[in-house]
Design a protein around this ligand. Structure first.
Ligand code: HSE
Length: 428
């Protein structure tokens, strides 16, 4: 049985990482008298930190001092990335420690190996902070929603891109303009690739869908498109048609149990909850039986919101240490099989298409004919404006069509001398 009574009767925590989230965790844990942070590993031991009651004597530059410390019962990993985080966590588990982590990349890429390893050593790995920061979503799925068959998730899981899209929408500004502003204000990183190309959201939806569907989703099977091609003209057209454009991470399970997991920009109806999630706020909408639809929203990042999730996980482990040989059975990840995946080409979607065409007689008819030949039924087709160069912007919304057919039609529309500026899927 794990021991929880030692020298001063407190549960001993080791922190790896004392950045924004680590600082929030340290400050929050100060008010819990049964918990003591006994060692903290940082990259730069000489860095000045704005943590008033920080005990400098427990800081080390060597994270292996944390994972090898026999006194520590729970290791909190907040450095992110694969290396050295994965080896540190495995070493900590081998040394008998439970793990709390916010490492979305590690979970998405090595979740299966990590959870199997932890189970073999009878240790738990909790990760509430890895998905949607301060929003409680992992524990609710594992506990109070456990009786549900969840078949649909649509979520905004990346604050940076939601901030950029919100600003583009409000200011009528271009992606580049807003990205530059966001970088100047510190909302977007100097290298924004992980956020704007959808990698961050893809890591999160991979882990979330694996948990919700109780089947392993592999990150390489998750379709991903970022927001870099979204234009202010698309924002305007979407608004006129009754939609907002959001970067949506989604996961659907069909009646045969096949999974379709993706991240891409999406036109969402202004009537839907997700259309109203703005700036850095995140939200997760789940649909399952018997609960129906549930949406949770809140801060997806930040010092204290993320600390809230990390500390909740620490307290869950701390509450059971010393009371049982097999703690937190509902919190353990045991996936029996890999999910059968549906290829994006075989999915059915509605599409918004923006085409720049020569303003010639019959151009709309030709586009309609190409669509009909590819079994694509149109919900609307609007010529929005004619430019000085005698080209016209034509906006099309389709009914549900196969992705394969849509891509073929786009190819033919372009071969006919038109330019397809945007192809964005529409929420169904
Ligand atoms: N880069 C992430 C975001 C931070 O923008 O949401 C939280 O994972």
């Amino acid at each position: 049985m794990d021991k929880n009574i030692n020298k001063n009767g407190k549960i001993k925590i080791g922190l790896i990482g004392l950045g924004t989230v680590g600082s929030g965790v340290y400050k929050t844990l100060e008010s819990f008298k049964n918990i003591e942070v006994v060692k903290i590993a940082v990259r730069n031991v000489n860095k000045k930190r704005n943590i008033p009651n920080l005990d400098e004597s427990i800081i080390t530059g060597d994270p292996y001092e944390v994972v090898n410390d026999p006194e520590i019962q729970i290791v909190v990993e907040l450095i992110g990335g694969l290396n050295p985080a994965f080896d540190l966590i495995k070493t900590a588990i081998k040394n008998g420690k439970h793990i709390v982590t916010a490492n979305k990349e590690l979970l998405a890429k090595h979740g299966e190996e990590l959870f199997t390893f932890a189970e073999e050593h009878n240790k738990v790995v909790l990760y509430e902070a890895a998905i949607a920061g301060g929003i409680p979503i992992i524990m609710p799925i594992k506990t109070i929603l456990a009786g549900n068959k969840i078949t649909r998730i649509e979520a905004i899981l990346n604050g940076t891109t939601n901030y950029i899209l919100t600003k583009m929408d409000m200011q009528g500004a271009s992606y580049e303009q807003v990205l530059n502003e966001a970088q100047a204000l510190g909302y977007a990183e100097a290298d924004p690739t992980g956020d704007v190309e959808g990698f961050d959201a893809a890591y999160k939806i991979t882990t979330l869908a694996t948990l919700a569907f109780r089947k392993r989703i592999k990150i390489e099977d998750v379709y991903r498109e970022g927001i870099t091609k979204v234009r202010s003209e698309d924002m305007q057209a979407a608004n006129d048609l009754g939609y907002k454009i959001k970067l949506i991470a989604s996961a659907y399970l069909d009646e045969q149990g096949r999974a379709d997991v993706r991240v891409h920009p999406m036109l969402v109806s202004k009537k839907s909850t997700l259309a109203h999630i703005d700036y850095v706020t995140n939200a997760v909408s789940l649909t399952g039986h018997p609960v129906g639809s549930v949406t949770l929203s809140g801060p997806g990042a930040g010092e204290f919101p993320t600390a809230s999730s990390v500390v909740g996980d620490i307290l869950a482990i701390a509450a059971e240490l010393g009371t049982t040989d097999y703690l937190l059975p509902m919190m353990r990840c045991k996936h029996e099989s890999d999910a059968e995946m549906i290829d994006i080409l075989d999915t059915e979607n509605k599409y918004y298409i923006s085409i720049n065409a020569q303003n010639n007689k019959g151009v709309i008819g030709t586009i309609g004919t190409i669509c009909a030949q590819n079994d694509i039924s149109l919900a609307s087709i609007v010529q929005r404006c004619v430019s000085d160069d005698n080209t016209a912007d034509i906006t099309v919304i389709t009914e549900l069509v196969k992705e394969k057919n849509m891509r073929n039609a786009i190819k033919l529309i372009e071969q006919d001398g038109n330019k397809v500026n945007s192809l964005i899927r529409v929420q169904v």
